[in-house]
Design a protein around this ligand. Structure first.
Ligand code: GLU
Length: 287
């Protein structure tokens, strides 16, 4: 498991960096909201000393709720680092469960300040929210029962019951490009697992790295079928047109790609690196 101590360590490192910022006269000063442009979202959050972040609660390796009610995983670690850069400690992060379909509404309605939730950056979503990142590149894949050898790619889905999630890009891809599949939609990917076990559906589809978490937990019951067949760049969702906040998060991402904290977040207990290979460093897209 990703221990609390480790979460705290991410935050603490960030606060130390911030508190050593040099001032114009060559001395150092404490972190203050004044470190951020007046009126910016960064200044507001730093001043409030708390942040609300939407993430998944049922996706091992990325966002999985722990016994103490705090989620763990790579997305959670990325959110924790960003909060830390605002001077906000782990204890002052409120984690809100976002399922795929409520990510845009939660950002638009102000229920969350950020979404870090296996959230693919795409043009349709960019109409209603902004994205920093990507901080990881995934791809859509298929998961079947381990003894199923009928399916090895999306062209094998005709006539099959294919389970996915409302408001997700994998579901949209199947309904647009593989109309002969019978798409079965739920709110969250874990809703697909029992139907896969008992044969009500033949396949679960979403990003390869989400499926890898379920395969890992399944004790040999589930397997990935074939190779990823889309590109799913993961971004950090925030309010539309908050360009200052987006630029600042992109700066933080570039810094943590460089200084090793991104990889440390990947490899932490309960995070993606415990199961998945080390990823290539993504390139931030400042669209
Ligand atoms: N990355 C895809 C998406 O944002 C699938 C994963 C998910 O639903 O969270 O829709």
């Amino acid at each position: 498991m990703f221990t609390k101590t480790k979460v705290a360590a991410f935050g603490a490192a960030a606060v130390l960096v911030l508190s050593a910022c040099s001032s114009d006269d060559g001395g150092t000063e404490e972190v203050a909201t004044g470190d951020f442009p007046e009126g910016s979202t960064m200044a507001e959050l730093a001043e409030a000393g708390e942040i609300t972040i939407g993430t998944k609660f049922d996706q091992p390796l990325f966002g999985l709720i722990g016994p103490d009610g705090v989620p763990v995983g790579f997305d959670v670690n990325i959110g924790t680092i960003i909060a830390g850069e605002l001077g906000i400690s782990e204890d002052n992060i409120e984690w809100v469960e976002t399922v795929s379909a409520n990510r845009e509404p939660f950002i638009e309605g102000g229920q969350v300040d950020l979404v870090v939730a296996t959230y693919t950056i795409n043009d349709e979503r960019k109409e209603v929210v902004s994205f920093a990142g990507p901080y990881y590149n995934a791809g859509q894949s298929l998961m079947v029962l381990a003894d199923n050898s009928d399916i090895s790619g999306p062209d094998d889905l005709a006539g099959k019951n294919v389970c996915s999630v409302e408001g997700s890009t994998p579901a949209a891809n199947i309904s647009e490009n593989y109309p002969d599949a019978n798409l079965v939609l739920f709110a969250a990917y874990t809703d697909c697992l029992e139907p896969l076990r008992n044969g009500q559906v033949d396949v679960v589809t979403t990003d390869n790295v989400i499926l890898a978490g379920y395969v890992d937990e399944s004790d040999g019951e589930f397997a990935i079928a074939g190779e990823p067949f889309t590109e799913e760049p993961y971004g950090i969702g925030l309010a539309l047109e908050d360009d200052e906040f987006r630029d600042w998060i992109n700066d933080v991402l570039e810094e943590i790609f460089e200084d090793g904290r991104w990889l440390e977040a990947w490899n932490a207990d309960g995070s993606a690196g415990t199961v998945l290979p080390e990823p290539e460093t993504p390139a931030v897209d400042r669209y």
